[in-house]
Design a protein around this ligand. Structure first.
Ligand SMILES: [Zn+2]
Length: 349
C-alpha cells in the first residue's frame, strides 16, 4: 500500500530547507542533524517544557546540527502570539537558540491540506461521524496512553449514508491502517532514550484521525508534514508522546518522508506523580525569572536531574554541549520529581 502513494509535491516545491545545496544527497555528506522545538503556546513555559527544549537543543548542538523553531498554534486554544513571543524570550533566556523559524502552523494549513488530498486520492481516508461518546462506548482505552482504539464504525459507510450523516454533523477524517494480520501495520522504532518499540496499529490505535471535525488538521498529520518538509532528522520531546510515534512513522512512510530519529525524554512531575501543568504556575519560567533565579541555575538543575552531570552546579546551557550523551539519558529516564529540595534549589528559598 505504501508504494502507491507518490511523494507529495510539497516536499520539493515548498519546503524551506529540502531544496538547494543544504541537501545531504546533493552534498554527498553524512546526514546532518536537524533538531526542532515545537512548542504549543497555550501558556507560560514550565519546567517540563524547559527540559525537553534544552535536551532537544543539546541533542542537535552536540552533533554539530541545526535547530528549527516551529510554533504549534494550530489549535484555537494555542493561538496566542503574545504567549509565543514570551516563550521565545524564555528559550533565549535559558541560553537556547535556533537557526530557522519561527514557523507558525497557522500559516502552513495549505501543506496539511495537500497531504490530506494525497491520502484521500489514494483511497486511504474516510469520513467519520462518531461522537466522542460513541467511540468511548465502543472500546476500552488502551493501556499505554489512554487512547481509545477506533473499531471502524464508519469504515464501510455507503455514499448514501455519508450524504445523510453529513447533513447532521461535520465529519472528522480518518486514515485507514492495515489489518491486524498485515505486516505493513506493524511499526518498529528504536527510541534514543526508551529503546526498541513495536506497535501494531490496528490493535493499538485503529484507523486514526488526520483531520478533525472542526476542519483543523489533526496533530499527528500536522507534525508529520512539518517534520517532513522541514527536513527534521531528530525529534526530541516529552515521553507522553511516545504513544504517538508509531502513527507518525506510518504517516511519514505514506507521504514519502524520511523517518527521523526519536528521543522521548522524562516528564517533570509533582511528588504525587502528577504531571506539571499550567496550574503549577509557581514552577513556570515566568515565576522563576520573577523570583530572580538565574538561567544557569535552571540549566544546571535540568542537567543534574536528567543525569547529564553527576553533581549540581550552575552552568550555561552552552557549557553542557560537551557533557551531553544519549547514553547518559538512557540510564536516567525516570520522570523527574520536583520535591521540596528541588523547589528550594530553584527558587533560592
Ligand atoms: Zn466513526
Amino acid at each position: 500500500m505504501t508504494n502507491d502513494l507518490p511523494a507529495p509535491a510539497t516536499a520539493a516545491s515548498h519546503s524551506p530547507i529540502a531544496s538547494g545545496d543544504t541537501s545531504p544527497v546533493a552534498s554527498g555528506k553524512a546526514t546532518p542533524v536537524v533538531g526542532r522545538f515545537a512548542p504549543s503556546p497555550s501558556g507560560r513555559m514550565h519546567l517540563g517544557n524547559a527540559v525537553a527544549a534544552l535536551l532537544a537543543w543539546l541533542g542537535a548542538r552536540s552533533a554539530g546540527g541545526r535547530m528549527v523553531l516551529r510554533i504549534e498554534d494550530i489549535d484555537p486554544r494555542s493561538r496566542h502570539r503574545d504567549h509565543a513571543l514570551t516563550l521565545m524570550d524564555d528559550l533565549r533566556w535559558l541560553g537556547i537558540d535556533w537557526d530557522e523559524g519561527p514557523y507558525w502552523q497557522t500559516e502552513r494549513t495549505h501543506h496539511y491540506q495537500e497531504a490530506l488530498d494525497l491520502l484521500g486520492q489514494a483511497g486511504l481516508t474516510y469520513p467519520c461521524f462518531c461522537t466522542r461518546a460513541q467511540i468511548h462506548a465502543a472500546s476500552a482505552p488502551h493501556e499505554s496512553d489512554g487512547t481509545y482504539v477506533y473499531q471502524g464504525a464508519c469504515r464501510n459507510l455507503t455514499p448514501q449514508q455519508v450524504a445523510e450523516k453529513s447533513r447532521l454533523r461535520h465529519p472528522a477524517t480518518r486514515l485507514v491502517v492495515p489489518d491486524a494480520q498485515s505486516a505493513d501495520g506493524t511499526v518498529r522504532f528504536d527510541d534514543l532514550v526508551f529503546g526498541p518499540h513495536e506497535e501494531r496499529l490496528a490493535r493499538d490505535c485503529g484507523d486514526f484521525v488526520v483531520s478533525r471535525s472542526d476542519g483543523i488538521a489533526a496533530y499527528q498529520l500536522a507534525v508529520v508534514v512539518d517534520d517532513g518538509l522541514m527536513g527534521v532528522t531528530q525529534v526530541v520531546r516529552g515521553r507522553d508522546l511516545l504513544g504517538s510515534t508509531a502513527r507518525q512513522i506510518y504517516l511519514m512512510g505514506l507521504l514519502g518522508f524520511e523517518v527521523p530519529q526519536y528521543a522521548h525524554v522524562p516528564l517533570v512531575v509533582a511528588p504525587d506523580g502528577r504531571r506539571l501543568s499550567k496550574r503549577d504556575r509557581d514552577l513556570d519560567l515566568g515565576a522563576l525569572r520573577a523570583a530572580g533565579t538565574p538561567p544557569q541555575r535552571v540549566a544546571g538543575w535540568i542537567a543534574h536531574a536528567t543525569g547529564l552531570t553527576d553533581d549540581f552546579c550552575e552552568t550555561d546551557a552552552s557549557d553542557l554541549v560537551d557533557a551531553f550523551s544519549w547514553e547518559r539519558l538512557r540510564t536516567h529516564h525516570e520522570d523527574i520529581v520536583v520535591d521540596e529540595a528541588a523547589l528550594s534549589l530553584l527558587r533560592y528559598t
